[in-house]
Design a protein around this ligand. Structure first.
Ligand code: GAL
Length: 360
C-alpha cells in the first residue's frame, strides 16, 4: 500500500476516534460522548420558566448529561420545530412544558418512534399515549389554596355579602388552567350559590375568564374593561387570579382605577409562582398572596425521573394523572401559600431568593 494511502487511513481513523470520544456526532451536535437530553420550555416571558430551564440545564449537566434547552416564545409551531430539532440532534429524552397541552401529539409520536423518553413537565401533555412520566404540583390544590386564602381573609363563612369578585384564569390551551379553576371553585362556588359572593361581570366560566398566554398586559386590559363596565357604582373586593402575571396585571388596573394598596377597600388579589416582582407586590400590599412552587424540587424530580427512564428503571411515583388517553405515572411536589407573614421564612431562609433579589 502506498504511504499516502496509509497516511489517509491513519488520519481517518484518528478523526473517527476523536469524533467517538469527544462527541456523539449525532446530527452534528457535539455532546462529548454524553447522552443528550432536550429541555423544551414554553416561554422566557414569565420568570419561572427561565428559572426552570436553567435549573434543569445545570442539574442534568452536573449529573453528566449534555443538554439542549429551548424556549418556545409561547408559540406552538415554534415548540414543534424545536422538538423536531431535538429529535434530529439525537436527544435520548426530552422534558417538555407545553405551550399547548394538546397540540404536540404528532411530534411526540415521532419522538416515541425513535425510542426517546418524554417527560411532561409541570403541564400535562394530553391526548397522547406518547408520554412516559409527569412531574408537577397538585394544580387543583394551587386553586383551592388561593380560594382558602380569600375565604379566610374575608371570613366568608360569617359574611353577609354581597362581596364582589372577578376571576382571572389561565388559557384553556394549558391543562393546568382548568385544574386551578376547578380548585378555586370547589371552595368558592357555595358562596356564589348563597349570594355571599357575586360576580358583577357575569363572567364565571374558565373560558370566559381565560387570559391569553397568561400575559400580564392581557390581564391588565381585561381588568380595566371589567372596572369600566361593571364597577362604576361599586367596589371590587376580590380579584382571584390564577398566577402572578395575571395577578400583577389585575393589580395594576385596580391601582390605576384609584384603589390604594393597604387601604381597607383594596381588594384581595391572588397569584402563583412567587415571581420576584409579585413578592414585591405582596410586600407593598398590592397582592395578598402567591403560591410557591419550588422549581428546584420540580427540576430535581424531572432529572431523577429522566435518569431512571434512561437507566431502564421506574421513576419514583406518588400519583397518576389521566391525560384523556391513559393514567400517566406522576410525581406531585409540595406547594405552599406565601403571604407577607411567611415570605421571608419560605423564600429567603429557604434559599430560593436573596433579600437583594426582592429589592430589600
Ligand atoms: C402554568 C403554571 C404556572 C404558571 C403559568 C404561566 O402552567 O402552572 O405555574 O407559570 O403556567 O406560565
Amino acid at each position: 500500500m502506498k504511504i499516502a494511502t496509509l497516511r489517509r487511513i491513519a488520519v481517518a481513523l484518528v478523526v473517527t476516534l476523536v469524533c467517538l470520544t469527544l462527541a456523539s456526532c449525532t446530527g452534528g451536535t457535539s455532546t462529548g460522548g454524553k447522552t443528550l437530553v432536550g429541555i423544551s420550555m414554553p416561554t422566557k416571558s414569565i420568570q419561572r420558566w427561565e428559572t426552570d430551564g436553567e435549573n434543569m440545564r445545570k442539574g442534568f449537566e452536573d449529573a453528566g448529561y449534555a443538554t439542549m434547552v429551548e424556549f418556545a416564545n409561547d408559540d406552538t409551531a415554534q415548540q414543534v420545530s424545536q422538538l423536531e430539532n431535538m429529535i434530529n440532534k439525537g436527544c435520548k429524552a426530552i422534558v417538555v412544558a407545553a405551550v399547548d397541552s394538546v397540540s404536540l401529539s404528532s411530534v411526540l409520536e415521532q419522538a416515541k418512534n425513535k425510542g426517546i423518553f418524554i417527560i411532561s413537565y409541570d403541564r400535562l401533555l394530553t391526548d397522547t399515549p406518547n408520554v412516559d412520566f409527569y412531574v408537577t404540583f397538585n394544580n387543583k390544590k394551587v386553586g383551592s389554596e388561593m380560594a382558602l386564602y380569600v375565604e379566610k381573609t374575608l371570613d366568608l363563612a360569617n359574611a353577609a355579602g354581597p362581596i364582589n369578585m372577578e376571576i382571572s384564569s389561565g388559557p384553556p390551551s394549558d391543562n393546568n388552567a382548568g385544574l386551578i379553576y376547578g380548585g378555586m371553585m370547589e371552595v368558592l362556588q357555595p358562596y356564589i350559590d348563597s349570594g355571599v359572593v357575586v360576580i358583577p361581570s357575569g363572567q364565571t366560566t374558565a373560558e370566559q375568564t381565560a387570559i391569553d398566554n397568561w400575559e400580564l398586559a392581557n390581564s391588565q386590559t381585561r381588568m380595566e374593561n371589567l372596572l369600566n363596565g361593571f364597577y362604576t357604582d361599586k367596589k371590587i373586593n376580590i380579584a382571584i387570579c390564577a398566577n402572578d402575571t395575571t395577578g400583577r396585571g389585575a393589580a395594576n388596573a385596580i391601582i390605576a382605577a384609584g384603589y390604594t394598596p393597604g387601604a381597607a377597600d383594596y381588594p384581595i388579589i391572588t397569584g402563583q409562582d412567587c415571581e420576584t416582582a409579585s413578592v414585591q407586590y405582596i410586600i407593598d400590599g398590592k397582592q395578598g398572596m402567591s403560591i410557591f412552587k419550588d422549581t428546584r424540587t420540580l427540576g430535581d424530580q424531572a432529572i431523577k425521573a429522566t435518569i431512571s427512564l434512561l437507566n431502564g428503571t421506574a421513576p419514583d411515583q406518588n400519583d397518576v394523572s389521566n391525560n384523556k388517553v391513559f393514567d400517566v405515572p406522576t410525581y406531585n411536589c409540595d406547594l405552599i401559600a406565601v403571604t407577607k407573614d411567611n415570605y421571608k421564612e419560605v423564600l429567603v431562609d429557604g434559599g430560593y431568593y436573596t433579600l437583594a433579589d426582592l429589592g430589600l
